[in-house]
Design a protein. Sequence first.
Length: 323
Amino acid sequence: MNKRVLILDGDSIAYKCAAATEQRMIEVLHKPTQRTKTFKHRTEFKAAMKAKNKEITPDYEIADKQIPSELDVVLNTMKQHITRLEDGLFADKVVIYCGEQDNFRKQLPLPSEYKGNRKDTIRPVHLAAAKEYLARIWKAEKAVGYEVDDACCIRGYDELHKGNVPLLFHYDKDQNSHNGLILVDEIEEQLVEEEIPELGYLVLDTKGKVKGKGLMFLCHQWIFSDMTDGFRAYELSKVAFGEKSSYNVLHKATSVKELLELVIKQFKIFYPEPFVYNDWRGIEHQADWQSMMEMYFACCWMKRSKQDDSKPYQLFNQYGVTL
């Protein structure tokens, strides 16, 4: 009998539950008068200053403040989340991955460091303790050599190949490209399962933001960017390119083969001639459209097996695409 295997991103669980159970605010010090005032966030402070027709000058010093709940509250919130998913989805088994070591993407010669934009992000106070709890009580496994997202993806395809039903709770947009796997979303307090399509689709909303599913969404990340992870495929290109541009390039593709050919064409447009650049560590590299295409694929492609080399040629070969 096929088993329903619930696969969870423990990093997301720990972060979201720890953050949700603490209060955050900013404290603004007016240095000349030494007066302080608290605001919910920087947006509220800016609005208050604008309402008073005041300029935010270096005289104002902003400090982030966190007031955590008791650790037991965080751990109980996590337990409730996991058990509710387990029971609500009738899972036969729960697998959790949490924490990473030696993520290969951090060694990519990107012009901007992979996830370097997160260095100044404020972490929840109880984040480390929350992760330790998942490892100790829920036997969460660490991702070694890659990210937790990769580990969840690898496990999902392993279970699929065994004939089981892999269920991934939808924490991150990277999961939208895992064609053939089932994502679980919570909609109006109901758990809804959706199998990710192969080709998929893109939708451009009224704010000019692109959303989607399937390999079409992967290709959107590939030629556009994922600023959550701090990379942009066109960063060193002289071509003006934006989210809507990516949508216009990709959304009319009627097959995966056509879709991948559009990606190749776009990288040739981005980088028509070989060039030299310095990566985020200051190391000089010779590059061309193909090497850039390979590098940005590695950024957004989640490994589907432990042997996956994170190169696009596996897709090209599968769908009959030639360079």
